[in-house]
Design a protein around this ligand. Structure first.
Ligand SMILES: [Zn+2]
Length: 709
């Protein structure tokens, strides 16, 4: 429950509760699951406390996990109950259902037939009745007859994932000199023990995964109970890393993300709590698993914005990984080719160890990067691929190699407008344009999921066939590529065209196997994958991310494009990347072309330092929303009046949020900037406690915001 603090209950005689125990406790008329966070002698005199109903037959939450939950709630200015609910997600999932198997009892059949003999011969291993009948090549009736006679018996078991111990005798990958040096320093860090953070900083293709798998092997070998957590930003990447962990250690790791089925989730949760599951690969919420003896946390692609959870409990998974490491006295390894400025700052000042992998793995070279100035070589009218890019695709196809066309925009066209009256198609209750999707024939709001069939007449002026699609999405670029290269095998990689992780994996496999010539993809494909035959990356709109205008626009654009262009030319084939831009003189484009990350980082750091913005200052946001604008404005004025005065803190706003209307609710924001030394969480909690919003108004606090919408 989103309660601000724990409630007091009496401990019934003989129950002997301990901190971390899961219990059923009454709240109003209901019995709810709770966790014991503290025990103390009753002082007496007050009204009697309600007793705890019973202890649940569930693993207790380890003390470190409980401390982490409370720390995270305080830091994010959220309710501990909300965070605890995430930590208990596995415990609340349904238990795996029992499976019914049959086995011989030892009794002999009254009447023997060839079919019955075959069943008994096949019944050495317990199996479901249908499987046994199939193995023996008989009808289900024969097996049923033997069960009725008592020759076979039915019994139930609950299937348990084994989570066998990792096989540490397997050889690791052969490391090059640069990798081996990094792995050696990381092993030294583990040998020192305790809490330490390291940044593993290496260009795309330098082999960071091999290094951190060896670090994991060292951690697992040092302590026969040690547990390792590997966090990844995307489910599609989770799949790839699970395969590599299985190959390295000969066991399946625990898998943890939103697509894991609830019974499997419960098995992982219980095995992690019991210490049986020693390697977990998962998304950010795996941080809240009840680890018994966590010794190493790896955050792969640490710069990735997907580590920030933006809804419900708002938190930055990479930052909380460092906190969890501190509480567990574990090592934390942040890996990236384009580290976040926050992490680079910590590395520069020596708070984090900084390990740089200099060369690409094997003989691969970094791709050559060219800027295509769209002002001098524009695409043909109504097209999006410029002549230099079209020519490069043709040459790549002729060599039998692969092309990735990168555009971080889903659907067919980002905007549909009426030629007759100029009306822009927008969502009915939200400040956003509707995106046209040709595969589904619908107009979709990417923010809320609202969708409608594309109308035949303009809903505003009624003109027929007047609606035109403006701008490109991946589906439109795919259409253009098909027209240009009708014989090429072309596919789209985007969250709208793939339904689940399995389909994403199938597409990645097809690309790896060389069954696709041109892949048109959003950022989902820009991360982590290795396509050995990919030698050309075309960035359709390199300026796209720069237009957002928020704090991290340049940083994010640089990271995304460096990742995307880094896909080209792995193994022994040289790669090339073409960036289509209207602003080739922009610092981001210049740094990308020169492949000079350090120059870009230095320039960006200087700007942030002047403005005292992260990593040189801290930010927090307040986002309030409500159905009634007058009421919302009155509340925001009240909030502005009671903002605490504190040195080193500035409050900006209230202002309309850039998305001023979402799902029929008006939105307003405050932005708070604080010096590094300020306890910003305490400041926000104090402020929040001074107001009591009306029931219709929701107030969300975002500490270290990444989205400024
Ligand atoms: Zn119209």
């Amino acid at each position: 429950m989103p309660l601000p603090e724990a409630f007091d209950y009496a401990e019934p005689d003989g129950m002997e509760l301990a901190v971390g125990d899961q219990v059923a406790a009454p709240l109003g008329p209901r019995l709810l699951r709770g966790v014991v966070v503290g025990l103390r002698e009753a002082t007496g005199g007050n009204r009697p406390l309600k007793p705890v109903d019973r202890r649940l037959d569930e693993p207790p939450l380890p003390a470190n996990t409980l401390e982490f939950v409370q720390w995270a709630a305080r830091y994010t200015v959220d309710n501990p109950g909300q965070v605890l609910a995430i930590a208990l997600r596995g415990a609340r999932a349904p238990k795996p259902r029992p499976v019914r198997l049959v086995r011989p009892t030892g009794a002999q059949p009254a009447r023997s037939t060839p079919a019955r003999t075959r069943v008994l011969e096949a019944a050495g291993q317990p199996a479901p009745a249908a499987v046994l009948a199939q193995a023996a090549g008989v009808s289900a009736g024969v097996v049923r007859g033997l069960i009725d006679e008592g020759v076979l018996e039915v019994f139930e078991i609950i299937p348990e994932a084994s989570f066998d111990a990792p096989d540490l005798s397997r050889p690791g990958s052969a490391l090059n000199a640069s990798q081996a040096a990094a792995a050696g320093l990381l092993n030294e860090m583990l040998d020192e023990g305790g809490f330490n953070v390291a940044l593993l900083d290496g260009v795309t293709g330098s082999g960071k995964t091999e290094v951190y798998l060896e670090t994991a092997a060292h951690a697992l070998a040092m302590d026969p109970m040690a547990q390792v957590l590997i966090l990844l930003p995307e489910i599609a990447l989770t799949q790839a890393v699970i395969g590599r962990v299985a190959a390295r250690f000969g066991v399946q790791p625990g898998e943890w993300h939103s697509e894991v089925a609830p019974p499997a989730r419960r098995r992982v949760w219980e095995a992690v709590a019991a210490g049986r599951c020693r390697i977990v690969v998962g998304a950010r919420s795996a941080l809240f698993l009840p680890f018994a003896n966590l010794k190493l946390i790896v955050v792969d692609e640490e710069h990735d914005g997907s580590f920030k959870q933006e809804e419900g409990f708002i938190y930055q998974g990479r930052d909380l990984a460092v906190v969890r490491g501190k509480i567990e006295q574990a090592a934390v390894l942040l890996a990236s080719a384009t580290p976040s400025l926050e992490t680079l700052r910590n590395a520069e000042t020596g708070r984090y160890r900084w390990l740089r992998l200099s060369s690409r793995h094997g003989v691969a070279q970094l791709p050559q990067i060219e800027l295509v100035d769209l002002r001098s070589t524009p695409p043909a009218s109504g097209c999006w691929l410029s002549p230099p890019l079209v020519q490069a695709i043709g040459e790549t196809l002729a060599r039998g190699e692969q092309t990735l066309l990168f555009l971080n925009r889903r659907g067919y066209a980002p905007l549909v407008l009426c030629r007759a009256c100029g009306e822009r198609m927008t969502a009915p209750d939200t400040d956003s344009w509707l995106v046209e999707h040709r595969y589904s024939g619908r107009l979709v709001c990417h923010l809320t999921g609202f969708s409608m069939p594309k109308p035949e007449r303009c809903p505003h002026c009624g003109a027929q066939e007047s609606l035109v699609s403006i701008g490109p999405g991946v589906e439109r670029v795919e259409e253009e590529a098909r027209q240009l290269f009708p014989d090429a095998r072309i596919a789209v990689f985007s969250s709208d065209t793939m339904f689940d992780a399995r389909e994403a994996r199938r597409l990645v496999e097809a690309m790896t196997a060389g069954e696709i010539d041109v892949l048109v993809a959003t950022q989902a494909a820009a991360k982590g994958h290795n396509f050995p035959m990919l030698t050309l990356v075309g960035v359709v709109d390199a300026d796209l991310g720069l237009r957002g205008g928020d704090l991290r626009a340049a940083e994010r654009t640089f990271q995304l494009l460096a990742q995307a262009t880094g896909r080209a030319g792995r193994r022994d084939r040289p790669g090339k990347a073409l960036l289509q831009t209207y602003a080739p003189e922009h610092a981001v484009m210049q740094a990308l072309q020169a492949q000079d990350r350090d120059a870009f980082v230095a320039a960006e750091m200087e700007e942030r330092e002047l403005a005292k913005l992260p990593p040189f200052g801290r930010l927090a946001a307040v986002i309030a929303s409500g159905p009634d604008l007058v009421q919302l404005e009155a509340f925001m004025r009240e909030m502005a009046q009671v903002a605490p005065n504190a040195g080193g803190v500035e409050v900006y706003g209230p202002a309309d949020a850039p998305l001023a209307l979402v799902r029929g609710r008006r939105r307003k924001r405050f932005l708070v900037r604080a010096d590094r030394g300020v306890d910003l969480s305490a400041y926000m909690a104090t402020w929040r406690a001074r107001v009591k919003p009306p029931a219709a108004i929701r107030v969300a606090i975002d500490v270290d915001p990444y989205s400024f919408l």
